[in-house]
Design a protein around this ligand. Sequence first.
Ligand code: RP5
Length: 171
Amino acid sequence: MENRPLVSVVMGSQSDLETFKETANVLKEFGIPHEIRVISAHRTPAAAHTFAVSAEERGVKLIIAGAGKAAHLAGVLASLTLVPIIGVPMQTSDLGGLDSLLSTVQMPGGIPVATVAIGKAGAKNAGLLAVAILSLGDKALRARLAAYREKMTREVQDADRKLQESGLASA
Ligand code: RP5
């Protein structure tokens, strides 16, 4: 039997999937049981409602939600559940994602959406933030997150060492 998802990843359109692959890759890498859904707050409002009000009883601990333009998906879901929501603003063609950013981050006081950066960097960080939150109650997961950070540190150090050895770094 499939593990029950701890994290739900919800996007407003199939066109957001390329961005959310970044989130899925992180959750896969850390072995977090998750589900990925396409649900739109304005095109499928009844499905958005059903999803949000049933998330907690299905065992979902965190929702990562993202939509583009002024779609408000993360805020709408947040209004319907006590499950914490991480919002990912999609990059857009007209305003570069500033529209999505403002519609996600500027929630009026009372219903929070923890918003990450626009686009792929935000989608990746949403996954990592979910891992960090879940690792508060999971020592093994915390150790894997620490190892992930250490690997990043080593990669930067190696890049710097190679640059210094290349002769290009000083004149
Ligand atoms: C939002 O509108 C979606 O999240 C997507 O980012 C944007 C455009 O959607 P499509 O017209 O490509 O389906 O609801």
